[in-house]
Ligand binder design. Structure first.
Ligand code: NAD
Length: 294
């Protein structure tokens, strides 16, 4: 079925940019956010703000979620008078939230029973990628549902990877973000070592980025947000902690002992006073700060 209108639920750092990308691609876009304060930025971006969530869930041809936690995704899926009661067409939900794979599978099943579909479609690329429609999207779900949602996915992402069945997109995202969480810590420690030994971080980074120690943290995050001290990537430390917790919970559920991952989880948790949830996540790589609270 043709998709003409898209409803975006969650108009934060990522969702607002996605809504704007969808509108630019020619879709009629409406949005909803639990916070009424998101109405102004949404309208400034040309997005119609719909305070009545069930009305939006019943009207749009396709839906894109960009929500903080799995529990928020669940609340929207089961919202009274919304999707579970809708029968006029099959709606594919593209859930771009980083969420837990078990919840994704369970909600995909519930929606399938109501004649709809949910793709877990977490993203990488940050608010700038969302606004430019150039995200990388990792998708869990059925091939036919991905194909049905393809025009929506193409408006949002430069790269769409079908990882596997329901839940696989979120597994891939948690694996990715566990690495990012660890890399931020090691990059910060490596830059502290360099400066303490008399080599400025900028000079060390030039070498790292031309050698084997490089990563997205060293190539993008340090030069863009850490060394200049701007710390305005648009991804909060709180949401990164959520991703690490989800990765740790997945390891525990599988009975895996991952000693370094456990250490990464502990360091992020204990850094809470120094780097509160509202702070930018790139602060974790700030080599100018003591890594432990005194
Ligand atoms: P954000 O906090 O900026 O935005 C989330 C928005 O959702 C907020 O405006 C909030 O009011 C709204 N919201 C919360 N509960 C809601 C509900 N029940 N119904 C409707 N709206 C609700 O977060 P963000 O940075 O945009 O991240 C969104 C998702 O994308 C998260 O799962 C995050 O982990 C993931 N993500 C973020 C980035 C990034 O760089 N910011 C990158 C990749 C993935």
């Amino acid at each position: 079925m043709t998709i003409r209108s898209v409803g975006v639920i969650g108009l934060g750092n990522m969702g607002l940019g996605m809504a704007a990308s969808l509108a630019r691609a020619g879709f009629t876009v409406s949005g909803h956010d639990i916070s009424a304060a998101r109405r102004l930025p949404a309208e400034a971006a040309g997005i119609r703000f719909i305070p009545d969530l069930p009305a939006l869930l019943r009207a749009a041809d396709a839906l894109v979620f960009s929500l903080p936690y799995a529990r928020d995704v669940e609340a929207v899926v089961v919202c009274a008078g919304g999707l579970l009661e809708r029968r006029d067409r099959k709606v594919v939900v593209v859930d771009t939230s980083t969420s837990d794979p078990t919840t994704s599978r369970r909600l995909a099943q519930r929606l399938a029973e109501a004649g709809h579909a949910l793709l877990d479609a977490p993203v990488s690329g940050g608010p700038s990628g969302a606004a430019a429609g150039s995200l990388t999207m990792m998708i869990g779900g059925a091939e036919a549902d991905l194909e049905a949602a393809r025009p929506v996915l193409e408006a949002l992402a430069a790269k769409v990877v079908h990882v596997g069945p329901s839940g696989a997109g979120n597994i891939a995202k948690l694996v990715n973000n566990l690495l990012v969480a660890a890399h931020l810590i090691t990059a910060g420690e490596a830059m502290r070592l360099s400066e303490a030994a008399g080599l400025p971080a900028e000079a060390a980074l030039k070498v790292v980025n031309a050698a084997t120690g490089r990563s997205a943290v060293s190539e993008v995050m340090l030069p863009r947000w850490v060394l200049p001290g701007s710390f305005d990537s648009g991804f909060s430390a709180g949401l990164m902690r959520k991703d690490i917790r989800l990765a740790a919970a997945l390891a525990a559920e599988l009975g895996l002992d991952l000693p370094l991952a456990a250490q990464v989880e502990r360091l992020w948790r204990e850094a809470h006073d120094r780097i509160p949830d509202a702070a930018d996540f790139t602060r974790m790589a700030d080599h100018r700060q003591e890594p432990k609270d005194a």
